[in-house]
Design a protein around this ligand. Structure first.
Ligand SMILES: NC(=O)c1ccc[n+]([C@@H]2O[C@H](COP(=O)([O-])OP(=O)(O)OC[C@H]3O[C@@H](n4cnc5c(N)ncnc54)[C@H](OP(=O)(O)O)[C@@H]3O)[C@@H](O)[C@H]2O)c1
Length: 250
Protein backbone atom coordinates (compact mmCIF):
# COMPACT_ATOMS: atom_id res chain seq x y z
CA UNK A 1 0.00 0.00 0.00
CA UNK A 2 1.28 3.45 -0.86
CA UNK A 3 1.32 6.21 1.74
CA UNK A 4 -2.26 7.42 2.28
CA UNK A 5 -1.29 11.09 1.87
CA UNK A 6 -1.16 10.63 -1.91
CA UNK A 7 -4.49 11.15 -3.68
CA UNK A 8 -3.49 11.30 -7.36
CA UNK A 9 -0.88 9.86 -9.69
CA UNK A 10 0.27 10.49 -13.27
CA UNK A 11 2.25 7.81 -15.10
CA UNK A 12 3.91 8.53 -18.45
CA UNK A 13 4.49 5.70 -20.93
CA UNK A 14 1.63 3.87 -19.21
CA UNK A 15 0.51 1.61 -22.04
CA UNK A 16 3.48 -0.75 -22.14
CA UNK A 17 6.20 -2.47 -20.10
CA UNK A 18 7.13 -0.95 -16.74
CA UNK A 19 4.58 1.87 -17.03
CA UNK A 20 1.69 -0.51 -17.69
CA UNK A 21 2.64 -2.81 -14.81
CA UNK A 22 2.90 0.19 -12.50
CA UNK A 23 -0.47 1.52 -13.67
CA UNK A 24 -2.09 -1.81 -12.75
CA UNK A 25 -0.72 -1.57 -9.19
CA UNK A 26 -2.61 1.69 -8.68
CA UNK A 27 -5.94 0.02 -9.49
CA UNK A 28 -5.70 -1.48 -6.00
CA UNK A 29 -5.09 1.91 -4.37
CA UNK A 30 -7.65 4.56 -3.46
CA UNK A 31 -6.23 7.19 -5.79
CA UNK A 32 -7.12 9.23 -8.90
CA UNK A 33 -5.08 7.87 -11.81
CA UNK A 34 -3.90 9.66 -14.97
CA UNK A 35 -2.29 7.35 -17.54
CA UNK A 36 -0.39 9.13 -20.31
CA UNK A 37 0.86 7.70 -23.60
CA UNK A 38 1.03 8.63 -27.26
CA UNK A 39 -0.95 5.58 -28.42
CA UNK A 40 -3.78 5.00 -25.98
CA UNK A 41 -5.62 2.11 -27.67
CA UNK A 42 -4.44 -0.45 -25.07
CA UNK A 43 -5.36 1.93 -22.26
CA UNK A 44 -8.85 2.40 -23.68
CA UNK A 45 -9.40 -1.37 -23.58
CA UNK A 46 -8.21 -1.45 -19.96
CA UNK A 47 -10.60 1.40 -19.14
CA UNK A 48 -13.53 -0.97 -19.74
CA UNK A 49 -12.58 -2.81 -16.54
CA UNK A 50 -10.86 -0.16 -14.44
CA UNK A 51 -11.57 3.44 -13.53
CA UNK A 52 -8.81 5.84 -14.56
CA UNK A 53 -8.18 8.87 -16.76
CA UNK A 54 -6.30 8.72 -20.05
CA UNK A 55 -4.13 11.53 -21.36
CA UNK A 56 -3.25 11.05 -25.01
CA UNK A 57 -0.02 12.93 -25.59
CA UNK A 58 3.18 12.73 -27.55
CA UNK A 59 5.81 13.94 -25.11
CA UNK A 60 7.76 15.48 -27.99
CA UNK A 61 5.16 18.23 -27.96
CA UNK A 62 6.39 20.63 -25.28
CA UNK A 63 3.37 22.97 -25.58
CA UNK A 64 1.04 20.02 -24.91
CA UNK A 65 3.01 19.10 -21.78
CA UNK A 66 2.38 22.55 -20.28
CA UNK A 67 -1.16 22.94 -21.64
CA UNK A 68 -2.45 19.57 -20.49
CA UNK A 69 -0.47 18.98 -17.28
CA UNK A 70 0.09 22.34 -15.55
CA UNK A 71 -3.42 22.59 -14.11
CA UNK A 72 -3.74 19.00 -12.86
CA UNK A 73 -3.46 18.38 -9.13
CA UNK A 74 -0.88 15.60 -9.14
CA UNK A 75 0.57 14.14 -5.93
CA UNK A 76 2.75 11.50 -7.61
CA UNK A 77 4.40 11.91 -11.00
CA UNK A 78 6.06 8.82 -12.45
CA UNK A 79 8.23 10.01 -15.35
CA UNK A 80 8.71 6.71 -17.10
CA UNK A 81 8.29 7.06 -20.88
CA UNK A 82 11.60 6.46 -22.59
CA UNK A 83 13.22 4.95 -25.67
CA UNK A 84 16.50 3.24 -26.38
CA UNK A 85 17.26 4.78 -29.77
CA UNK A 86 21.00 5.33 -29.88
CA UNK A 87 21.59 2.60 -27.30
CA UNK A 88 24.53 1.29 -29.33
CA UNK A 89 26.52 4.46 -28.72
CA UNK A 90 27.34 7.69 -30.49
CA UNK A 91 29.32 6.17 -33.36
CA UNK A 92 26.45 3.96 -34.49
CA UNK A 93 23.59 6.34 -33.65
CA UNK A 94 22.17 8.53 -36.42
CA UNK A 95 21.73 12.26 -35.94
CA UNK A 96 17.99 11.64 -35.67
CA UNK A 97 18.47 8.88 -33.04
CA UNK A 98 20.35 11.39 -30.88
CA UNK A 99 17.79 14.17 -31.33
CA UNK A 100 14.71 12.03 -30.80
CA UNK A 101 15.98 10.11 -27.79
CA UNK A 102 17.38 13.18 -26.04
CA UNK A 103 14.07 14.98 -26.53
CA UNK A 104 12.11 12.18 -24.89
CA UNK A 105 14.59 10.78 -22.36
CA UNK A 106 15.79 14.10 -20.96
CA UNK A 107 13.96 17.20 -22.25
CA UNK A 108 10.43 15.86 -21.79
CA UNK A 109 11.29 14.88 -18.19
CA UNK A 110 12.40 18.44 -17.40
CA UNK A 111 9.29 20.00 -18.98
CA UNK A 112 6.96 17.52 -17.24
CA UNK A 113 8.57 18.36 -13.91
CA UNK A 114 8.34 22.10 -14.59
CA UNK A 115 4.64 21.70 -15.37
CA UNK A 116 3.79 19.63 -12.30
CA UNK A 117 6.21 20.29 -9.43
CA UNK A 118 5.13 23.93 -8.71
CA UNK A 119 1.64 22.64 -7.79
CA UNK A 120 3.18 20.07 -5.46
CA UNK A 121 5.22 22.76 -3.74
CA UNK A 122 2.11 24.93 -3.31
CA UNK A 123 0.18 22.03 -1.77
CA UNK A 124 3.25 21.01 0.33
CA UNK A 125 2.85 17.43 -0.81
CA UNK A 126 4.30 15.44 -3.69
CA UNK A 127 6.46 12.62 -4.91
CA UNK A 128 8.52 12.64 -8.08
CA UNK A 129 9.60 9.24 -9.38
CA UNK A 130 12.13 9.35 -12.20
CA UNK A 131 12.93 6.33 -14.33
CA UNK A 132 16.69 6.08 -14.51
CA UNK A 133 18.73 3.06 -15.49
CA UNK A 134 21.83 1.11 -14.51
CA UNK A 135 23.17 2.63 -17.77
CA UNK A 136 23.00 6.03 -16.09
CA UNK A 137 24.97 4.88 -13.06
CA UNK A 138 27.69 2.72 -14.64
CA UNK A 139 29.63 3.18 -17.88
CA UNK A 140 28.56 0.95 -20.75
CA UNK A 141 29.08 1.09 -24.52
CA UNK A 142 26.15 3.45 -24.58
CA UNK A 143 27.24 7.07 -24.61
CA UNK A 144 23.89 8.30 -25.96
CA UNK A 145 21.41 6.36 -23.79
CA UNK A 146 23.86 6.12 -20.87
CA UNK A 147 24.45 9.86 -21.09
CA UNK A 148 20.72 10.57 -21.07
CA UNK A 149 20.06 8.32 -18.08
CA UNK A 150 23.15 9.78 -16.38
CA UNK A 151 21.42 13.15 -16.79
CA UNK A 152 18.31 11.73 -15.10
CA UNK A 153 20.50 10.62 -12.18
CA UNK A 154 21.89 14.12 -11.74
CA UNK A 155 18.44 15.71 -12.26
CA UNK A 156 17.12 13.53 -9.41
CA UNK A 157 20.01 14.45 -7.12
CA UNK A 158 19.81 18.17 -7.90
CA UNK A 159 16.02 18.34 -7.74
CA UNK A 160 16.15 16.78 -4.28
CA UNK A 161 18.30 19.70 -3.19
CA UNK A 162 16.13 22.31 -5.00
CA UNK A 163 13.06 20.90 -3.26
CA UNK A 164 14.50 20.49 0.23
CA UNK A 165 12.10 21.88 2.80
CA UNK A 166 9.15 21.66 0.38
CA UNK A 167 7.93 18.20 1.49
CA UNK A 168 8.16 17.04 -2.13
CA UNK A 169 10.12 13.79 -2.39
CA UNK A 170 12.28 12.62 -5.29
CA UNK A 171 13.00 8.95 -5.97
CA UNK A 172 15.01 7.53 -8.84
CA UNK A 173 14.51 3.93 -9.98
CA UNK A 174 17.44 2.38 -11.87
CA UNK A 175 16.57 -0.96 -13.47
CA UNK A 176 18.82 -3.35 -15.28
CA UNK A 177 17.66 -5.14 -18.38
CA UNK A 178 13.93 -5.74 -18.17
CA UNK A 179 11.65 -7.77 -20.43
CA UNK A 180 9.65 -5.05 -22.25
CA UNK A 181 9.41 -3.54 -25.76
CA UNK A 182 12.49 -1.46 -24.96
CA UNK A 183 14.82 -3.69 -27.08
CA UNK A 184 12.63 -3.09 -30.14
CA UNK A 185 12.93 0.69 -29.78
CA UNK A 186 16.68 0.42 -29.14
CA UNK A 187 17.70 -1.72 -32.12
CA UNK A 188 16.41 -1.57 -35.69
CA UNK A 189 17.95 -4.97 -36.32
CA UNK A 190 15.56 -7.66 -35.00
CA UNK A 191 18.38 -10.11 -34.16
CA UNK A 192 20.20 -7.49 -32.10
CA UNK A 193 16.96 -6.64 -30.28
CA UNK A 194 16.45 -10.34 -29.53
CA UNK A 195 20.05 -10.78 -28.38
CA UNK A 196 19.74 -7.74 -26.10
CA UNK A 197 16.77 -9.37 -24.40
CA UNK A 198 18.37 -12.82 -23.97
CA UNK A 199 21.42 -14.50 -22.44
CA UNK A 200 20.34 -14.39 -18.83
CA UNK A 201 17.18 -14.27 -16.77
CA UNK A 202 15.83 -10.79 -17.34
CA UNK A 203 14.00 -8.66 -14.84
CA UNK A 204 10.28 -8.33 -15.48
CA UNK A 205 8.18 -5.13 -15.31
CA UNK A 206 6.61 -6.32 -12.03
CA UNK A 207 10.09 -6.35 -10.41
CA UNK A 208 10.45 -2.67 -11.23
CA UNK A 209 6.86 -1.87 -10.21
CA UNK A 210 7.65 -3.46 -6.81
CA UNK A 211 10.49 -0.96 -6.35
CA UNK A 212 8.36 2.01 -7.43
CA UNK A 213 5.55 1.05 -5.05
CA UNK A 214 8.04 0.56 -2.21
CA UNK A 215 9.40 4.08 -2.70
CA UNK A 216 5.81 5.38 -2.41
CA UNK A 217 4.94 3.29 0.64
CA UNK A 218 7.34 4.66 3.24
CA UNK A 219 6.53 7.23 5.94
CA UNK A 220 6.46 10.89 4.85
CA UNK A 221 9.66 11.68 6.75
CA UNK A 222 11.67 9.18 4.76
CA UNK A 223 12.75 9.67 1.13
CA UNK A 224 13.91 6.65 -0.87
CA UNK A 225 16.48 8.34 -3.08
CA UNK A 226 17.90 5.79 -5.53
CA UNK A 227 16.92 2.18 -6.06
CA UNK A 228 19.25 0.07 -8.17
CA UNK A 229 17.85 -3.22 -9.46
CA UNK A 230 19.94 -5.59 -11.51
CA UNK A 231 18.99 -9.07 -12.58
CA UNK A 232 20.61 -11.68 -10.34
CA UNK A 233 22.60 -12.91 -13.35
CA UNK A 234 23.48 -9.43 -14.61
CA UNK A 235 26.49 -7.30 -13.77
CA UNK A 236 25.84 -3.57 -13.31
CA UNK A 237 27.20 -2.95 -16.82
CA UNK A 238 24.61 -5.28 -18.31
CA UNK A 239 26.79 -8.29 -19.06
CA UNK A 240 25.82 -11.63 -17.50
CA UNK A 241 28.66 -12.53 -15.16
CA UNK A 242 27.37 -15.60 -13.36
CA UNK A 243 26.99 -18.73 -15.47
CA UNK A 244 23.43 -19.98 -15.39
CA UNK A 245 24.75 -23.25 -13.92
CA UNK A 246 27.06 -22.19 -11.12
CA UNK A 247 30.08 -24.57 -11.16
CA UNK A 248 30.43 -24.57 -7.37
CA UNK A 249 26.80 -24.61 -6.27
CA UNK A 250 25.37 -26.97 -8.89
N1 LIG B 1 13.50 -2.38 -20.37
C1 LIG B 1 14.72 -2.13 -19.87
O1 LIG B 1 15.65 -2.97 -19.98
C2 LIG B 1 14.97 -0.84 -19.14
C3 LIG B 1 16.10 -0.75 -18.31
C4 LIG B 1 16.35 0.42 -17.64
C5 LIG B 1 15.49 1.52 -17.76
N2 LIG B 1 14.40 1.41 -18.60
C6 LIG B 1 13.52 2.58 -18.73
O2 LIG B 1 12.21 2.23 -18.35
C7 LIG B 1 11.29 3.15 -18.95
C8 LIG B 1 10.10 2.38 -19.52
O3 LIG B 1 10.54 1.59 -20.62
P1 LIG B 1 10.05 0.10 -20.88
O4 LIG B 1 11.23 -0.77 -20.73
O5 LIG B 1 8.83 -0.20 -20.11
O6 LIG B 1 9.78 0.19 -22.48
P2 LIG B 1 8.43 0.15 -23.33
O7 LIG B 1 7.72 -1.12 -23.09
O8 LIG B 1 8.88 0.46 -24.73
O9 LIG B 1 7.56 1.36 -22.74
C9 LIG B 1 7.82 2.71 -23.05
C10 LIG B 1 6.51 3.46 -23.17
O10 LIG B 1 6.78 4.84 -23.45
C11 LIG B 1 5.92 5.25 -24.52
N3 LIG B 1 6.47 6.35 -25.32
C12 LIG B 1 7.49 6.29 -26.20
N4 LIG B 1 7.66 7.48 -26.79
C13 LIG B 1 6.69 8.31 -26.29
C14 LIG B 1 6.34 9.66 -26.52
N5 LIG B 1 6.99 10.40 -27.43
N6 LIG B 1 5.31 10.18 -25.85
C15 LIG B 1 4.61 9.44 -24.95
N7 LIG B 1 4.90 8.15 -24.68
C16 LIG B 1 5.94 7.58 -25.34
C17 LIG B 1 5.84 4.00 -25.39
O11 LIG B 1 4.78 4.09 -26.31
P3 LIG B 1 4.87 3.26 -27.70
O12 LIG B 1 4.90 1.81 -27.32
O13 LIG B 1 3.64 3.70 -28.43
O14 LIG B 1 6.15 3.69 -28.37
C18 LIG B 1 5.64 2.93 -24.32
O15 LIG B 1 4.29 2.84 -23.92
C19 LIG B 1 12.10 3.95 -19.98
O16 LIG B 1 12.41 5.22 -19.44
C20 LIG B 1 13.37 3.13 -20.14
O17 LIG B 1 14.46 3.91 -20.54
C21 LIG B 1 14.12 0.27 -19.27
Amino acid sequence: MINKIYKSVLITGASSGIGLETLKRFFKENIIIYALDKDVSKLEKLQRKHKFNIIQMNLFDTDEIYNKLSNLKIDIIICNAGIGRGAEGILKASREDIEVSTKLNVESYLHTLKAIVPGMIKRRKGHVVLMGSLAGLYPQISSVYGGQKGAIHRIAQSLRIELSGSRVKVSEICPGRTKTNFGKSAFKNKDKAKKFMSGFTLLEPRDIADAIMFSLSVRWRSNISTIEISGTEQSPGGVPIIPVKDPILS
